[in-house]
Design a protein around this ligand. Structure first.
Ligand SMILES: Cc1cc2nc3c(=O)[nH]c(=O)nc-3n(C[C@H](O)[C@H](O)[C@H](O)COP(=O)(O)OP(=O)(O)OC[C@H]3O[C@@H](n4cnc5c(N)ncnc54)[C@H](O)[C@@H]3O)c2cc1C
Length: 491
């Protein structure tokens, strides 16, 4: 479409050199060309031009597309993988939020003001530094849920079906419970499509393209699996929404060395956007904030939030509260307990989470033990000492009778399991990082001096302050999309 000699590529050398580490970006043939600014890269040749180019199709990227599309701007969402959705689509979709209409309609009246003080302390303890921005996202999260339901067709479960206690009232679930991201992400994709948003899969962003004034005017992608090549897309604004870096072993080694021995969950979170933004002069912040760990069968990690379970380590010992799987997985790793078992009974299959229970146990039959009628039989099948498991069981039962978990402070579903019993073996994995590119409160990418880099935005887990959850990353996307539409004069 357009071929000029003075375009520069930023990030290309790093991206190409790092291809082996970026699983989704294949190596590309690089005939030499003058004028690209990077030796060995093909000359820039735009094959498409859009107003807004969004890198990454997770919840942040798709939410960032809403306002620009509604304002009539042309929007392209480029996704490196063959499927849309990224980590967001792989998530459990247990969405922390208070004050959404979904909750209000179910008679839940808690507000952000009620909950923020405790949330702030949790985030502070986790090492999050920009608590003002975290607050902004937390207060905007219900607006994201409302907009998703009312304008984008997302389907949520009625909280009345799962609010067995106070803690659960601060969450919303998709229509079919844990892991049903289809009910959230697909209507969003379809609605954006109907508003003219174009989706391109197999497009791995590898460099920013700069014009003669050193302004970003597009992005170079590595495209095509069989015969990788480059595709250049011209854009007035670029939104980097490429997710976190939990799966990039090199970045984890550099920033989070204590967690480099844990496996990771998804191929989406390779930190490509972090590196691209850095190459453009942006700073990375909060990169050393403790990453989250979960189960390598993530939906099972959420069962304890909705039904009675008992979690024990490879020896049969209880070691943390079942309320918080992230704490469980993190403790399992940090205390070198190897793996852990979630022991459950038939109630998970009778609960609103039956779909996730059926899917996980069917797909991972070799990791499931049961049905067992006695604790002894269960211990034998799990391969743990009968004495140890029996002792754990009796201790837990005594605390159920007392109505208080004096060992680990479990608050939810402190109840005895009923035979037949089952157990599912799981391993801790990394799944969420918090560090990313430094942006302003509306996702505008900042340079090292704190000045906005014209035309470039970053949101979700790729940015500092993102990474927390679907609701806050969705809200982050909305702020960013609004800023893009406004900066392009379309709001
Ligand atoms: C197993 C698991 C369970 C989770 N459970 C929950 C939960 O229950 N509740 C909750 O709130 N949160 C949960 N999360 C966290 C939540 O999924 C993330 O906070 C959120 O998805 C981050 O959204 P994002 O849009 O920033 O990133 P992502 O959803 O990861 O999207 C980034 C996208 O960018 C693409 N991309 C990356 N690099 C490039 C490139 N170079 N070019 C083009 N595209 C690129 C990726 O492939 C991906 O599709 C879970 C996460 C995981 C992994």
């Amino acid at each position: 479409m357009q071929r000029r000699a003075f375009f520069k590529l930023v990030g290309a050398a790093a991206a190409v050199a790092a291809v082996p580490a970026f699983s989704a970006c294949s190596a590309v043939s690089t005939p030499s060309a003058e004028g690209t600014g990077v030796l060995g890269q093909p000359a820039v040749s735009f094959s498409a031009s859009v107003d807004v180019l969004i890198l990454g199709s997770g919840v942040a990227g798709l939410s960032a597309a809403m306002d620009p599309a509604e304002a009539g701007l042309s929007v392209m969402v480029a996704e490196k993988l063959d499927v849309l959705g990224g980590e967001s689509y792989e998530s459990n979709a247990v969405m922390d939020v208070v004050g959404s209409k979904v909750q209000k309609d179910a008679g839940i009246t808690e507000s952000c003001d009620d909950v923020w003080p405790s949330r702030r302390e949790t985030l502070r303890a986790a090492g999050v530094t920009d608590l003002d921005f975290a607050k902004r996202l937390f207060y905007a999260a219900p607006e994201w849920v409302d907009r998703m339901r009312d304008s984008y067709g997302a389907q949520f479960d009625d909280p009345a079906t799962y609010t067995a206690n106070e803690a659960n009232r601060r969450r919303v679930l998709p229509k079919n419970g844990i892991g049903d991201t289809e009910s959230i992400m697909m209507p969003l994709r379809d609605k954006l499509s109907s508003k003219g948003v174009q989706f391109s899969t197999g497009y791995c962003a590898s460099a920013f393209i700069l014009d003669e004034d050193n302004h970003v005017c597009g992005v170079r992608f590595v495209t095509g699996k069989e015969a990788p090549t480059v595709t250049d897309v011209h854009a007035r604004a670029v939104v980097v929404a490429t997710g976190g870096f939990a799966s990039n072993q090199a970045l984890v080694r550099d920033y989070l060395p204590a967690w480099q021995r844990v496996g990771c969950y998804t191929a989406a979170s390779m930190g490509e956007g972090h590196k691209l933004c850095q190459a453009l002069g942006a700073k990375l912040a909060d990169m050393a904030v403790t990453p989250s760990l979960t189960s390598d069968l993530p939906p099972a990690a959420a069962w304890s939030m909705f039904a009675v379970t008992l979690v024990v380590d490879a020896q049969g010992n209880r070691f943390a509260s079942e309320d918080y799987m992230r704490t469980l997985a993190a403790t399992c790793f940090s205390e070198e307990r190897g793996y852990f078992w979630t022991i459950f009974d038939g109630r998970i299959s009778e609960s609103g989470q039956s779909r996730s229970a059926a899917q996980i146990t069917a797909k991972n039959a070799s990791r499931v033990v049961g049905p067992c009628q006695t604790v002894e039989e269960l211990a034998g099948n799990m391969g743990v000492s009968e004495d140890v498991l029996k002792k754990t069981w009796d201790r837990y039962s005594s605390m159920v009778s007392a109505g208080k978990d004096s060992d680990f402070g479990r608050l939810q579903f402190l109840d005895d399991l009923k035979p037949p019993y089952y157990a599912l073996k799981q391993f801790p994995v990394r799944f969420r990082t918090r560090g990313g590119a430094v942006v302003d409160e509306n996702g505008r990418l900042l340079d090292g001096a704190g000045k906005a880099i014209p035309g470039v935005y970053c949101c979700g887990a790729a940015a500092q302050g993102g990474g927390e959850s679907l609701t806050t990353n969705g809200a982050f996307g909305i702020f960013t999309g609004k800023a893009v539409a406004s900066d392009l004069g379309a709001a």
